[in-house]
Design a protein around this ligand. Sequence first.
Ligand code: GLV
Ligand code: MN
Ligand code: MN
Length: 421
Amino acid sequence: MSVMDTMYGKDIYAPISAERIRADLEALAKFNSTPGEGVTRLPFTKEAREACEFLKERFKAAGLETYEDAIGNIIGILPGRDRNLPAIAMGSHYDTVYNGGMFDGQAGVVSALEIVRCLREQGIELERDLRIIAFNDEEGVRFHRSYLGSYGILGRDQQKDIDTYRDRDGISIREAMESWGMDADRIGEAAWDWDRICAFIELHIEQGPVLCSEGLKVGIVQSVVGFRRYMITVHGREDHSGTTPMELRKDAVDTAARVIAWMGDFARSRSDGTVATAGYLKVSPSVENIVPGSCEFSAEVRSENTESLELFTKGLKEAINAAAELCGTSFDMVEKMDISPVKLSPRLCDMLEESCLKRGLSHKRMHSGAGHDAQEIAVACETVMVFCPSRDGRSHCREEWTDFEDIACAASAAYDVILKL
Ligand code: GLV
Ligand code: MN
Ligand code: MN
């Protein structure tokens, strides 16, 4: 038994090993294009390939029937007693944002693997198959579009997006797949038969301040936020910044700034938890004494309230039209994502709660403001998420941290639910 487990009181999350979770997460964190500056593992890169090979090796070592599917998800199957029964699935994603942490997504992948190891060690044969999955491209930061891997197993038609969505260097999803030796025309083969799946569980770090500030161990997620994301390109004209009078210039940043200010004001005015972000901004040319000729920016809104999402879309169009008219610019606006808010399975929430009560794990039912593969899977089968605390609520940054013992606590609750199912 490690010092860490002894200090914490290992019994509370037995038979899960926080040490093994730590070892897997630290090993995964090495597949990183920005060492020393957070973890960056974008889809279809060298680091993602290394992570896939590592996961396949670990899945096989845990005795799983392991394969990589047609869209770059890594899947491991633990056969159950009756292979005709619909399977339980559990997992999360292996990609990261730019300069992110070693927990987002990865904690859920590694926990699913740890649960398999525990089942085998305990000599427990499940009644039904357990499929564990490490999703490709959940974050969507490379191609400005999330959920490639989960849409793949859902069998969603992504053929058009594969050619139209491109990264910052102009590489399309298709081209990125080809660089991995994959055939983008075959992504349909990744689809699962959803009559063969009875439940999906995703363990994830909270990525917000609730559990940490309230000193709680486990979050039982009842609902996940909806969001819409647009990419707007404002077309202005490059001119001398000193000699061009205000009424004659076409300033792309002046235009964008008005819209971005409107976004924040809109979200604050809703008072229903709605948030709006312009996280991506590209100005050209980005030079002090040149009127900006073009400005590309993302406009994202998230809310539990569908009405707020709709009002944002309507207001955004009005704001950009008004700003462009005032500044003498023109613009293109492309919708990148439209994801509805979802409710997760009350039955699975109850089962998680029962486990927390039995184990003495402090917990609460909560909402997720982050997007997750689970919210898309929820339309296909009974789904739940279990959260672990994020230190100071920080995530999508290099300060992201969750204690390994806290991951073990959430994993132990998921373990109990799997046994019950
Ligand atoms: C993913 O973490 C997202 O919420 O965008
Ligand atoms: Mn995530
Ligand atoms: Mn994330």
